[in-house]
Design a protein around this ligand. Structure first.
Ligand code: ATP
Ligand code: MG
Length: 583
């Protein structure tokens, strides 16, 4: 699952090392979530040294940014003999669906991680804690730490103040606790319409941190939820639900992205109050922030990805051009390549943009030692060896992977008529062109040196066939191989034996590196030429079973499409070229 060498240190590892040294979480107890104070204290000593969590909202498909968080949270848990919870943060009824729950779980497993530890599943749903959250809310109201505010959303916004100006207290702020409690119960009972009132924490409307100016805990939303149906018409806000979810699951290190840094004081405030009220047991989880991944030439926001899918700019959530994990898998990315990429990113608190080429290089480095080699011709033109006997087939072979020359071999025949790349012939060669042109000598890889003689054109003047003569004593691997010096070698497949295939060539989805920078409408930057299909020829023996991968010599890494390919009708996706063509 993880790499075999010691992971690079980072600020989170330093924090965990220190917490373990000081025993901060040592005598912590564990009870299945949701475990409020009593259940927790009655639990067994927690055998997990640390607990982290990956908390996606099931409102879309995971993307490469989520992979960074998954590798980080599951990776830390693995390395420190802890447990990482997969928690569906499903507190927003409108946008969440079971389809996403399934897709997210699939992708976490595909990446090579697991939420089962010592036979226990640690897959949780925030919606399972709705009752506990509500009970805690009542306790906060009774203690004077929360109140029901009947200001409209607009009024609340207007009275919140600004970065330089304090907010003003709501006229409902000092209403008796009993009155707030009765209203809260009626809110829950469905007696009020959406937006008519909200439960707010009672902290400080003059706090320099706007997040502490009486943040909303509950809002009224008469909407069915994908798991709780119509049981609730009030739903907890993220800032309120998240710390409590962490505490109810016994999380020790709650790792999130930098945008939440300003929320940390509220995170600590709410948990502290619940400890004081006897609702939660110590030690409490602590929130840490790291820089999110921003990747060039793509967008990594579920909302924008959904827009691309729903408006038909791409073919679906698993379109191979998307940076969704489903898209990258379909494109041919391996879990190992994505983990390697995340490892290379490291973890820091400084925001940065990572170039897409870094992701591609991780794929090449992951696949190069293992991917079988083969030949494909993507833009075919016929090469006829005019002095090669008609009907004769000469067997040739090559290592399946050059890193293991003694390993398995691939076999393919040489015949009189071959497919080669159109670009491997020029009537008028430019400078430093070492491939076929009349009079030039070139090696057919794994076979003979040939001398190009001429070409055939159709009525429109287009080249339809290239002619050459082979030099009989020059076969690769024989003593005569070096008898003539050539500067170029080209790949080829026997026309009579090649397998026809549809090959899909992808380019970057956006034409600019930062399509959603500033006020840009990212749709304006869509690359109109991000997708092209060609009819290609594959080396005989290439079995395009869904998910099979190859390095096609000189061309790059390819995968047989997991949805549409079969050995009878191969459909291939180009995953990446051999060299960086993005610069
Ligand atoms: P999006 O804006 O794409 O919807 P999100 O943060 O709202 O992302 P969540 O489902 O809430 O999506 O994310 C689950 C976890 O993944 C969170 O802990 C979040 O911090 C992390 N995450 C999301 N995007 C990135 C990213 N680009 N880089 C690193 N971590 C990320
Ligand atoms: Mg989110």
């Amino acid at each position: 699952m993880t790499t075999d060498h010691a992971p690079a240190s980072n600020f989170l590892r330093n924090i965990i090392d220190n917490d373990l040294k000081t025993g901060r979480y040592q005598n912590r107890r564990w009870a299945p979530p949701p475990s409020a104070a009593e259940a927790r204290q009655a639990g067994e000593l927690d055998t997990a040294c640390i607990r982290t969590r990956f908390p996606p909202e099931p409102n879309g498909y995971l993307h490469i940014g989520h992979a960074k968080s998954i590798c980080l949270n599951f990776g830390l848990a693995h390395d420190y003999d802890g447990v990482c919870h997969l928690r569906f943060d499903d507190t927003n009824p409108e946008k969440e669906e079971d389809e996403y729950v399934q897709a997210i779980a699939d992708m976490v497993r595909w990446l090579g991680f697991d939420w089962v530890s010592h036979g226990t599943e640690h897959r949780y749903f925030a919606s399972n804690y709705f009752e506990t959250l509500y009970r805690f809310a009542e306790a906060l109201v009774q203690a004077g730490h929360a109140y029901v505010d009947e200001q409209s959303a607009d009024e609340m916004r207007a009275t919140r103040g600004t970065l330089t100006q304090a907010g003003t207290n709501s006229r409902w702020r000092d209403r008796p606790a009993a009155e707030s409690l009765a209203l809260l119960r009626d809110m829950r009972a469905g007696k009020y319409p959406d937006g008519s009132m909200a439960l707010r924490a009672r902290i400080d409307m003059a706090s320099p941190n706007i997040n502490l100016r009486d943040p909303v805990l509950y809002r009224i939303r008469h909407a069915p939820h994908h798991r709780t149906g119509n049981a609730w018409c009030i739903y907890p806000m993220y800032a309120w639900a998240h710390p409590v979810e962490d505490a109810l699951e016994g999380i020790t290190h709650s790792i999130c992205t930098l945008e939440f840094e300003d929320q940390r004081p509220f995170y600590d405030w709410i948990l502290q109050k619940l400890v004081e009220l006897g609702q939660l047991a110590e030690p409490l989880p602590h929130q840490y922030e790291f820089a999110r991944l921003n990747l060039s030439y793509v967008v990594t926001s579920k909302r924008k990805l959904r827009q691309l899918v729903e408006e038909g700019h791409v073919a679906g959530w698993d379109d191979p051009r998307l940076p969704t994990l489903a898209g990258l898998r379909r494109r041919g990315y391996t879990p190992g390549a994505i983990r390697l990429f995340c490892e290379r990113l490291g973890v820091s608190k400084a925001d940065s943009r990572i170039d897409y080429s870094v992701l591609e290089q991780a794929l090449r480095d992951d696949l190069d030692p293992v991917a079988p080699r083969a030949v494909a011709v993507l833009d075919p033109i016929k090469l006829v060896l005019t002095n090669f006997p008609e009907g004769y087939t000469e067997p040739c072979s090559a290592a399946s992977n050059p890193h293991t020359p003694e390993g398995p071999k691939r076999q393919f025949p040489l015949t009189r008529e071959l497919w080669i790349e159109r670009d491997d012939f020029r009537e008028e060669p430019p400078k430093k062109y070492f491939r076929l042109y009349p009079g030039n000598l070139v090696r057919l890889k794994y076979a003979y040196v040939v001398r190009c003689t001429d070409c055939v054109k159709n009525a429109a003047g287009e080249i339809t066939e290239v002619h050459a003569e082979y030099l009989p004593d020059t076969r690769s691997g024989t003593p005569g191989a070096d008898s003539v010096k050539v500067k170029g070698a080209i790949t080829w497949v026997s026309a009579a034996h090649a397998i026809p295939a549809q090959v899909r060539l992808y380019d970057r989805l956006f034409s600019v590196p930062h399509p959603d920078a500033g006020d840009n409408n990212f749709l304006d930057a869509l690359n109109p030429n991000s997708f092209r299909v060609v009819q290609a020829w594959l080396e005989p023996g290439t079995r395009a079973t869904p998910g099979a991968r190859w390095q096609f010599e000189r061309l790059g890494y390819f995968v047989a499409d997991r949805e549409t390919s079969s050995t009878e009708h191969p459909v291939l996706n180009r995953t990446a070229t051999l060299r960086d063509t993005w610069a």
